[in-house]
Design a protein around this ligand. Structure first.
Ligand code: COA
Length: 321
């Protein structure tokens, strides 16, 4: 007999990813956009070697639907069971309808609700947090939580300091309300500080990404370290309890710093930034899809996710798979 919402956990039962067909390595990007940069500079500062770029006309909802189909297939869940679709994106198809509503139609889902979340690169952690709360409040039973981005449409391709950092793609998870058991989201921890909005934003006039890289780097290292401590403390867990760190993929140096802070060997830190670059809200679910499908993340493993992005926003989530 279930007596309270405390007894429900949001369990991640499937993951899926989608990357556009076209992949450009650093030399190809430099040549196409006539950038004064080099593969050596980009690799040394960021760890990025290549990124995928959406085709003309390919929208966030197209990629989101592909990732969602893969996640549903892995979970063995039919579209008739999906009663919530939450899409985290900074590059929605349009202001409205939401990208999530577009995904709903593309998947052939006719029940439940759908909406988008805007928290830039922290979007997936925010979306997972909202889904977790809604499932535990019995507002839905089976949610698709998706991050989908086409940053190639909003970067300034003449600004070598930002355009080389981003890529396109989508990742999705299926989250099911489950009564009892050890599996599921243990806790989520969200933060924002709009006083730092200007260090990473889409310029209102030009409509392109502007970033003060050094400042963002400085905030990333300190804020991610503190939110990770917060997540572990909230659950009475030690660093050594974490089996996998699945961080937002912005920069190899930031990821390695977090792995080191947690005392995790490199093998327990999931890294995709070398091949995907920064896909913003899509980066964590893409990394989850890769590491569950290649057999690294196993059922029962404790996974720590963390992200920081424009807003500033930042957050962490702990989940037992
Ligand atoms: N190729 C070659 N040179 C470049 C370059 C590129 N792609 N981008 C910038 N430079 C140059 C700059 O023009 C500058 O030249 P100058 O000294 O002649 O003015 C020099 O490199 C140093 O620039 P700076 O921005 O101070 O470099 P950095 O060491 O801070 O590295 C980042 C830049 C962006 C890689 C780094 O700041 C970073 O990773 N920040 C965090 C970004 C991030 O994670 N954002 C997403 C968060 S969700």
């Amino acid at each position: 007999m279930i007596s309270s919402s405390q007894d429900i956990r949001a369990v991640i039962i499937g993951t899926g990813g989608y990357l556009p067909e076209e992949a450009l390595d650093n030399d190809a990007v430099a040549a196409r956009y006539q950038l004064d940069t080099s593969d050596a500079w980009i690799v040394e500062r960021t760890g990025i070697r290549r990124r995928h770029i959406a085709a003309a006309g390919q929208m966030a909802s197209d990629m989101a639907a592909e990732a969602a189909r893969a996640a549903l297939a892995q979970a063995g869940v039919d579209v008739s069971e999906v009663d919530a679709i939450i899409v985290a994106t900074a590059t929605p198809d349009s202001a409205f309808p939401s990208t999530a509503a577009r995904v709903q139609a593309k998947l052939g889902v006719t029940q439940g609700f759908a909406f988008d979340i805007s928290a830039a690169c922290t979007g997936f952690v925010y979306a997972l947090s909202v889904a977790d709360a809604m499932l535990r409040a019995r507002q839905a039973r089976c949610a698709l939580v998706i991050g989908a981005e086409v940053f190639s449409r909003i970067v300034d391709w003449t600004d070598r300091g930002t355009c080389v950092l981003f890529g396109d793609g989508a990742g999705a998870v299926v989250v099911r309300a489950t009564e009892g058991g050890e599996r599921g989201v243990l806790s989520t921890h969200l933060h924002a500080d709009g006083n730092h909005a200007d260090i990473l934003l889409v310029d209102e006039v030009a409509g392109v990404v502007r970033m003060t890289g050094r400042e963002v780097f400085r905030h990333a290292v300190s804020k991610l370290a503190s939110v990770v401590d917060e997540a572990l403390a909230a659950n009475g867990l030690q660093k050594s309890d974490v089996k996998w760190l699945v961080p937002h993929q912005a920069n190899r140096r930031i990821i390695e710093a977090m792995g080191k802070k947690l005392g995790l060997p490199a093998e327990q830190v999931v890294m995709t930034v070398d091949r995907h670059a920064n896909t913003s809200a899509a980066s964590i679910p893409l990394a989850l899809a890769e590491a569950t499908r290649d057999g690294r993340i196993q059922q029962g493993d404790l996974v720590l996710m963390e992200a920081i992005g424009g807003g500033l926003t930042w957050g962490a989530a702990l989940a037992r798979f």
